[in-house]
Design a protein around this ligand. Sequence first.
Ligand code: FAD
Ligand code: FES
Ligand code: FES
Length: 482
Amino acid sequence: MQLHHVQRAPTRVPRYLSPVTIDDALAAFELHGVRARAIAGGTDLLVELDRGAHDDVEVLVDLSRIHGLDSITVGDGKIHLGALVTHSQVVESTACRELVLPLAQASLEVGSPQLRNRATVAGNVITASPANDTISALLALGAEIHIASTTGTRTVPIATFVSGFRTTVLAPDELVTGMSIPVLTGSQRGIFVKAGLRRAQAISVVHLTAIVTLDDDIVTDAVLTLGSVAPTVVTVPDLAEVLRGRRLDDTAIADAVAAARRTATPIDDLRSTAEYRTSLVSTMVGRALRALADDQQSGQWPIGAPLLRDIARSTAKANAVDVDAATEITATVNGATVTAAGAAGITLLDWLRDEAGLVGVKEGCAEGECGACTVHLDGAAVMSCLVPAARAAGSEVVTVEGLADDDRLAPIQAAFVEHGAVQCGFCTPGLLMSCAKLLDEHPAPTSRQVQLGLAGNLCRCTGYRAIERAIEQVASTQVSAP
Ligand SMILES: Cc1cc2nc3c(=O)[nH]c(=O)nc-3n(C[C@H](O)[C@H](O)[C@H](O)COP(=O)(O)OP(=O)(O)OC[C@H]3O[C@@H](n4cnc5c(N)ncnc54)[C@H](O)[C@@H]3O)c2cc1C
Ligand code: FES
Ligand code: FES
């Protein structure tokens, strides 16, 4: 009998390695061959493993402790991202916002703050889904992907790197080490836009990136890439030809829309009909080009978008980890040292509940959608159902049990009680962890910041207004405190 995927026992990869150098990671791939699988943020891979994919994988090679792969640097007219740079880092980076705005806009659209705190840009590209938001931005910007193996290195344009629907040219013994992205020049304007079924945690129904080069308002070059409308993210081949030498007026934009419609070959699926996608392409391309014509490409960028984390912690001081079923890991959980085995092949959520006995952290969906499992890992709010348990070795974890000060509730907990922000209570531990981080980061958040900050936490009892009032109460106390 075929079981529904939620009834299957999760795939338990029995060995977890976390090297701190690229050479050690590459050596692990040479040794274990196709039985080894790289993991960065794990937000794609752990969901796939849980659904029974990659049954042959016996060793997870966690790259997230490799020293120096988490940096964003600028040089030679390019922005260079290490393979561990998260969407959250891109959103926070002034250089990314100023020099490669479409990438920053795409990263901001990925999932929710907790997801962005773990999910990497490189992982987004390697999964190579046509719905993956950063791919249209990186393709339009002309990014190059840097690859290494024990036999050498190579650099591949992203257009070649993605070879088909969810496939890339990456060989099993190769790792992506980073990417270089040409920055927009003073005469270029670029924008990324996305339509999903809701404003957060939503895979694109259509996404696109448009970049125009202007000389005194006349187009000298133009690029348009479209996602979720074909098996891979596609470039509109004749856009530059259509727009070159023209002003971006209504007629030119209508011709560009027609070119985009000729390129899109959408299908019906769970999220949309092909017909609706085609209609979205027209509307979105038209609006994107109008925004570029009016120099309004950054108009929707939210001021102070919450990250739900402290300053990003560097990997520079991490130690290597090697865990199998018998190995104990040690983590600091709610200020106390916790040592327990059983971390190989399970999630941090399961380890916290089953091995550390902290049942405040809840499992709602087990695939990053609901936020009930939110905890703080090394100062960042994360979905613990999408973190390998062994990632906690040597790290600091805070769960809802760690918010109160002995018997005294934390201010946000007391405010939840006072404002009736708890109904069935299942979402509450996760919401409290997100609220606590939001209030650390923005002591008096705006309503928009509250919406953005809590976008990864679902409450099926619809208690959001009461939750917002609880946040307002804590904010007013924090701001008025001497
Ligand atoms: C609830 C939810 C919502 C989401 N919403 C969005 C969304 O709105 N938009 C969107 O685009 N995506 C979304 N995603 C997908 C996912 O979060 C992104 O694709 C993410 O960027 C993947 O990065 P990661 O670091 O988590 O990758 P991982 O899961 O760690 O890895 C992804 C793949 O890349 C491989 N890999 C990772 N790093 C390397 C490397 N350096 N070298 C070689 N191989 C490597 C892994 O083996 C794996 O095959 C969502 C996912 C979830 C669960
Ligand atoms: S997001 Fe982790 S259980 Fe739902
Ligand atoms: S209070 Fe019931 S799910 Fe939020």
